[in-house]
Design a protein around this ligand. Structure first.
Ligand SMILES: [Zn+2]
Length: 478
């Protein structure tokens, strides 16, 4: 069995789950479930990032200790993912002592290899992002992702990581197709350009931030929250029993705001800690953002879409489908509740749902055995192009392929042959219904990673004898 290790970012606990987190997590779940269908042994990791100043401040506001605060908030993410039927294998929390131990061990290696040194750092710091900003990242003198007051001038003594030392090696790896780990291709060129423009060393620790993991060789300092967070991908494989062989990760799925950390800093840290090139993560896939009705999603605009809001409107599988269809690959994807409704009604209620309803009514009571092989080889029956598209996070194209190949063709044939006008025993009627049943079952198998519950309901309709549905699969939404 091939091993496949896939991760989402661990989400910063100071936030509440929104469509941005949802899109990455659903995407990872779709890829993970596809790999399960083709017979891989999958390890799917998600979790929460729980250290840093921002968390300590939020906890203080609520009169809680940081740990109590994290213990209250972290389950919100876990629950949100369970509601969306995300089949993750492990939910990691960076306050787990076993994770903290691996972080310290890895940093000690970086120190022992001479890649940490003490220096004074002065610069603009975004409390929202928990990071120092470079001149090019700032817009109008502050962080573009957070309100201006979150950007503050800071000066402190830090331990620095010799990131610059690893730049030539990273360029070499990314430029070589055999070892390149950045996708899609637009992001690869973006990173190469930045690396070639010159890279400065970065702080690996903070002073005066108590809520963090202490630096093993200098307990007055705590590990910069980003170093701590990135190591989760590796630490999980080390402290969870039986997962060691899953390292290196096959796919880190991330949003573009954390691109630099995941494609430069993370690899440099691993190289510095003595990882060979074949032990570096195989691929980092960077997706873009959602725009909501042409605007950036923001709390102040009040246009943030929560996973619960989607589920209330479209159901779990409907929400997962809409996310897959609108997944922002190379560019930002403009979405909105009204457009989601149109897409849901067109594809799911009128097309797929209607086809299943028509065919089950026409073929009710018919023994399904002659129409399909019940021992239907799952592993071998996924379309190769479909799997390729899923692996490249081209979910919209993958679903489009399934609709065209199985669903649209069935609808066309039904309308041509009009079996409802033919006698029950007419061979033409039997043939067209058989064709449609086979196609519906193939569509269902392909759509399983995206809509696990609905596809199960569809398959149930065709077990032994064709049964009609108790209720529409996808009720139309006004
Ligand atoms: Zn920021």
């Amino acid at each position: 069995m091939k091993k496949f290790f896939i991760t989402t970012p661990i989400y910063y606990i100071n936030d509440i789950p929104h469509i941005g987190h949802t899109c990455t997590t659903v995407a990872a779940d779709i890829v993970a479930r596809t790999h399960k269908i083709i017979g891989d042994e999958v390890f799917f990791l998600t979790g929460t990032d729980e250290h840093g100043q921002k968390v300590a401040e939020s906890a203080a506001k609520e009169n809680l200790s940081p740990q109590d605060y994290c213990d209250q908030i972290s389950p919100r993410f876990e629950e949100a993912w369970k509601k969306l039927n995300i089949d993750f294998d492990y939910f990691i929390r960076t306050t787990d002592k076993r994770h903290e131990k691996v972080v310290q061990e890895l940093l000690q290696k970086i120190y022992d290899n001479g890649d940490a040194y003490k220096d004074k750092y002065e610069g603009w710091y975004c409390v929202g992002c928990e990071k120092f900003l470079t001149e090019t990242e700032m817009v109008d003198g502050h962080c573009p992702l957070h309100p201006p007051e979150k950007t503050v001038k800071k000066s402190e003594e830090n331990w620095f990581f010799r990131l610059s030392k690893y730049v030539p090696k990273l360029i070499e790896l990314i430029e070589n197709d055999e070892t390149n780990y950045i996708a899609p291709v637009g992001k690869k060129s973006e990173i190469l350009a930045k690396l070639k423009a010159g890279v400065r060393d970065i702080s690996l620790s903070r002073e005066n931030v108590e809520w963090g993991i202490s630096v093993p060789w200098d307990t007055k300092q705590t590990v910069y929250v980003w170093f701590d967070a990135l190591i989760n991908y590796y630490s999980a494989t080390q402290f969870i029993e039986g997962k060691k062989d899953f390292w290196p990760a096959n796919l880190h799925l991330i949003g573009k705001e954390i691109l630099w950390f995941h494609t430069v800093i993370w690899q440099a840290m691993l190289l510095s800690a003595g990882f060979e090139v074949d032990k570096l993560p195989k691929q980092v896939y960077i997706h873009s953002f959602y725009m909501i009705d042409g605007q950036k999603m923001s709390k102040s605009l009040g246009n943030v879409i929560s996973p619960q809001q989607l589920i209330d409107l479209f159901g779990v599988d409907g929400s997962r489908y809409l996310i897959a269809r609108s997944f922002p690959t190379d560019n930002d994807s403009d979405v909105g509740i009204e457009r989601f409704k149109e897409k849901y009604n067109a594809d799911l209620a009128n097309n797929l749902g209607n086809l299943v309803s028509r065919v089950t009514k026409l073929a009710e009571g018919v023994t399904t055995k002659p129409f399909f092989n019940p021992s239907f080889d799952r592993a071998g029956s996924l379309d190769e192009d479909f799997v390729k598209l899923i692996n490249n996070c081209r979910f919209d194209e993958a679903v489009g392929l399934v609709f065209k190949k199985y669903i649209d063709s069935s609808n066309t044939k039904l309308n041509e042959v009009t079996p409802w006008k033919l006698d029950n025993n007419d061979p033409k009627r039997i043939e067209v219904l058989g064709y449609c049943i086979k196609n519906i079952l193939s569509a269902s198998l392909h759509l399983k990673p995206i809509m696990p519950e609905v596809t199960q309901k569809i398959e149930n309709c065709f077990e032994n004898k064709v049964k009609t549905l108790d209720a529409p699969l996808f009720p139309r939404i006004k």
